[in-house]
Design a protein around this ligand. Structure first.
Ligand code: ZN
Length: 679
């Protein structure tokens, strides 16, 4: 299975760009909403929402309601105590009448904000458990002091029972320490705190799903995607997420709003897309989910959305989908860029440096567009991808194509929020590179995402005898590596100038420099001292950067140079760097196409995992001086329907004023249908 949400790191690299995407004059919109721990919360705008037709706005509104109703699902998937802990913290946060300006309460507030951000008690990116900065004594006294009816008590339980349940989970560092453990050798399910399995070993889960596969089935469903696998009385059984099943209370509400949305769909096809999705939610039938995905890929309506159990990063063995939703509409002007790329997909496939045996004879249905996010939810909120390529099922991608999007109002918000933060002054080698980034950075960064999403993931093919899961736990890192290499290789191709996508032969250098600096050095700001790289995209970036650094060492293609006690990436030969990228692309495509597990493992373990500790310490020290938060996320706009005299929705207003805690508490109040305990 592929895992295709990408999170390009835009941690301040675009700080000084030329503003070529700016629409309108001076921008007095406040992007930064809140800052705490290692996180910053931003706002994003939804340009052109007002220009949608009233019926389109009504459709967006229903889809946003369907999106918000699923929020609790992800909390529970991320850990079985998450809802109990979040609701307890919210009760203390809103009801506590003791010293609210004391250190303990302020630490509790910070912790709650982290839990909201991560949809649970583990960091959204590292998946390590948060360390509370308040004492257990304070917490227990605070919980006892608030009205019992505000607490999530079990029907047969009391406050002491609640404290006995959740305090060890919050305060004992060894209890459920990691949400997704990827460390080779361990039982990845037993050592991961996620709630996709209960009482099941990794070997049992793998055998359970292997037994469901029919040899020679060319259109397999995504086994296990929408369920929890549990062992009860010695027997393995699946709890399927559907109306009347697991998470039924939330799914019922999602279906209610989907039914409304179907009534105002933009086309007959889109109505069938929505109805088929609702049908899947009613039955939990994964075959219906595939039918839905096929319909969805072919739907070209302006308003679009994702709503379901989609990406499998949260499951250490990559089967279970985390719930997410993204409601969006096409940015007609910016989509012109991706339409050009899509129209030339076959040319790129033919000219890729991979072996002919691994190329697709015919690249089908690479549909690409630039979209405007209207609402983020579940696994897309508050931290969000900036590009998506779906569906994930290999055979659907092969036979029906995939839909690839770049979310430009989000990248634009990142960019605006990062202006003038000092990052490039600290880490970029000289004014030459800074000038490249200033002139071309925003453009080439977006183009990299477009190429990665609409060509990279869709390129190449497996040999008929290759098991799609052959690369196992290295599969997602290598898939991201492949897509990034494809994008990097063609960014430097004259074809992009010919197509009018890049202005000149200098532009790609901005992205090459940015990518190498990030992969070799600056992405380490997200890693705690002493830790390895674990997240697929971070591993992939370091893999590429380290490997080409090593391959080009003899003729100093790229080097890390020291100046005033600081390290800098210097690129001496951009042309040779492109050649090395092409060679690595050919090798990674071979690994993927043939399912060469050993070679894949070797690449990832040799270049993508271990961190240079001295360089890491230096980067952290320099970054700290800048006071930039390494992770960012977003609050959503607020959509308010305007009713006519007969009670029908005549219009939908959008506003941006809501704060972070304010939004989280509103969601907890209005969109929290699940019971606290879902064992
Ligand atoms: Zn990707």
């Amino acid at each position: 299975m592929k895992k295709l949400i990408c999170m390009m790191m835009t941690i301040g690299l675009l700080s000084a760009c030329s503003g070529k995407t700016e629409k309108g004059a001076a921008d007095d919109f406040t992007y930064s909403v809140d800052r705490f721990a290692d996180l910053e919360v931003l706002r994003y705008r939804v340009p052109a929402f007002e220009s949608l037709a009233p019926r389109q706005k009504e459709l967006v509104y229903y889809l946003t309601e369907a999106a918000l109703q699923g929020r609790d699902i992800l909390f529970d998937q991320n850990g079985k105590w998450n809802l109990a802990i979040r609701r307890t913290l919210e009760a203390v946060y809103t009801q506590y009448e003791g010293d609210r300006s004391g250190a303990d309460f302020r630490e509790l507030e910070k912790y709650l904000k982290q839990v909201w951000f991560a949809n649970g008690i583990h960091h959204h990116y590292s998946t390590d458990k948060f360390t509370p900065g308040f004492s257990r004594e304070f917490f227990e006294a605070a919980v006892r002091s608030v009205p019992a009816e505000s607490l999530p008590l079990r029907t047969d339980g009391d406050v002491e029972r609640l404290l006995a349940d959740i305090c060890p989970v919050i305060f004992n560092p060894d209890t459920l320490a990691k949400r997704v453990n990827q460390e080779a050798g361990a039982d990845l399910i037993a050592t991961s705190a996620g709630n996709f399995y209960d009482g099941v070993t990794q070997a049992e889960a793998e055998a359970f799903y292997a037994a469901q596969k029919t040899p020679g089935d060319t259109t397999p469903v995504s086994y296990g995607l929408n369920s929890r696998l549990v062992k009860r009385n010695g027997r393995l059984q699946e709890e399927v997420c559907r109306v009347g099943g697991r998470y039924g209370e939330a799914i019922e509400k999602i279906v209610y709003w989907l039914d409304k949305a179907a009534g105002v769909a933009e086309s007959d096809r889109q109505r069938r897309v929505i109805e088929t999705l609702a049908d899947y939610y009613r039955t939990g039938d994964l075959k219906t989910f595939d039918d839905y995905s096929i319909l969805w890929v072919g739907d070209t309506s302006r308003i679009d959305f994702v709503n379901g159990f989609i990406e499998v990063y949260g499951d250490p063995i990559g089967l279970k989908g985390s719930w997410e939703s993204l409601v969006n509409f096409k940015d007609l002007e910016a989509s012109h860029r991706t339409e050009i790329i899509s129209a030339n997909a076959q040319w790129f496939e033919q000219h890729s440096p991979t072996d002919t045996a691994y190329k697709k004879e015919e690249v089908k249905g690479v549909s690409a567009k630039v979209i405007t996010a209207a609402l983020l939810a579940g696994d897309c909120y508050p931290a969000t991808p900036i590009g998506i390529n779906l569906p994930n099922a290999d055979w659907i991608r092969h036979l029906h194509g995939s839909k690839s999007v770049t979310i430009e109002n989000i990248t634009s918000a990142y960019d605006k929020a990062a202006q003038g933060n000092g990052f490039n002054e600290e880490f970029v080698w000289s004014d030459t590179e800074r000038e490249l980034i200033r002139r071309y950075g925003f453009l080439t960064d977006n183009l990299h995402t477009d190429l990665h999403e609409c060509l990279g993931h869709g390129s190449g093919k497996l040999l008929p005898t290759t098991d799609p899961d052959a690369l196992r736990s290295y599969g997602s890192t290598l898939e991201e590596t492949r897509a990034d290499l494809f994008a990097l290789y063609f960014l430097a191709d004259e074809k992009l100038i010919e197509l009018g996508l890049l202005p000149d032969a200098e532009a790609y250098k901005a992205e090459y420099y940015r990518y190498m600096m990030n992969g070799l050095m600056t992405q380490l700001v997200r890693i705690e001292p002493g830790k390895d790289l674990e997240e697929s995209h971070m591993r992939n970036r370091q893999l590429i950067a380290r490997r080409v650094l090593e391959k080009g060492a003899a003729d100093r293609t790229v080097e890390i140079r020291r100046r005033d006690g600081k390290s800098f990436v210097v690129i001496n030969d951009y042309g040779r760097l492109r050649t090395l990228i092409g060679e690595l692309l050919a090798e990674v495509q071979r690994i993927k196409s043939t399912g060469d597990y050993e070679a894949g493992k070797n690449l990832v373990e040799s270049y993508g995992v271990k961190v240079d500790s001295a360089l890491h310490a230096e980067v952290l020290r320099r970054y700290e001086g800048l006071d930039i938060k390494p992770y960012k996320g977003f609050v959503n706009p607020v959509y308010t329907p305007v009713f006519d005299s007969e009670g029908r929705i005549a219009d939908v207003a959008v506003s941006y004023g809501e704060g972070y805690a304010e939004q989280m508490l509103r969601y907890a109040r209005d969109y929290s249908p699940l019971p606290t305990y879902n064992d």
